[in-house]
Design a binder for this molecule. Structure first.
Ligand code: ZN
Length: 226
């Protein structure tokens, strides 16, 4: 019972021993990421029509391997999924994921909210956008959010992105601030109601597709040079 390892953690105790962080590829991964994006941010399934309900947000069509003609302002996209594959069970479970796109300067200007900052001076030629990074509740606190960041930023640098942007969601004292700061991001501006009028799903403040409410949570625009 661990007698061989009187100090430290044994391999058997490592909660991440059957966890993999890898590039998202194919329809299963794309629909999983679409689910996360929709569940947390209300992002709609819009493009493609493979099945009766087979639509995806545009950047995820690339992840799925679909060809669609739309939104050339997203130059490229890359998804990451986190999987748990315990050896004593015969199924792989997705436990987290994230998405990054490379966007044109015009698209980036459009995505940034109006604030007290000079957006034109901030925007680069190739702009990485970290759209969401989500880890299942029971897998938090193990560094997986950090690994989602690392993978996406490494890919963005490999694509010659010169700037990276993200929205940091803040609610009830919970904030992703330490994570952004650990990766060199600086806060551009904090908005008391960043998502109001726009995001119609928020598990924190009660905005649902079935009501007229939109998210009233605060958010920070984060940016960094790459
Ligand atoms: Zn909210």
């Amino acid at each position: 019972m661990g007698a061989d390892h009187p100090t430290g953690t044994t391999a058997v105790d490592d909660p991440l021993r059957h966890v993999t962080v890898r590039e998202a590829a194919g329809e299963r991964d794309a629909f999983y990421l679409a689910h996360l994006w929709s569940r947390w941010f209300g992002t709609e399934y819009e493009h493609g029509d493979r099945y009766s309900s087979g639509r995806l947000p545009y950047p995820l069509c690339r992840v799925a391997g679909w060809e669609v003609d739309a939104e050339p302002d997203h130059l490229d996209a890359y998804g990451v999924v986190v999987e748990h594959d315990p050896s004593d069970r015969d199924c792989v479970v997705q436990i987290g994921g994230g998405l990054v796109t490379i966007d044109t300067p015009a698209k980036t200007m459009e995505s940034l909210p109006d604030g007290g900052f000079d957006a034109e001076a901030l925007v680069g030629d190739r702009n990485a956008w970290l759209w969401f990074g989500v880890v299942d509740e029971s897998w938090r606190g193990l560094g997986l959010g950090r690994r989602l960041f690392e993978r996406r930023l490494r890919w963005a640098r490999d694509q010659d992105a010169d700037m990276a942007f993200a929205f940091g969601w803040e609610h009830d004292g919970r904030t992703s601030r330490p994570l952004f700061e650990a990766f060199g991001f600086v806060p551009v501006e904090r908005f008391q109601r960043l998502y109001e009028g726009d995001r119609d799903v928020c598990p924190e403040c009660g905005a649902l597709p079935s009501n007229d409410a939109t998210c009233t949570c605060a958010g920070v625009v984060w940016a960094t040079d790459l």
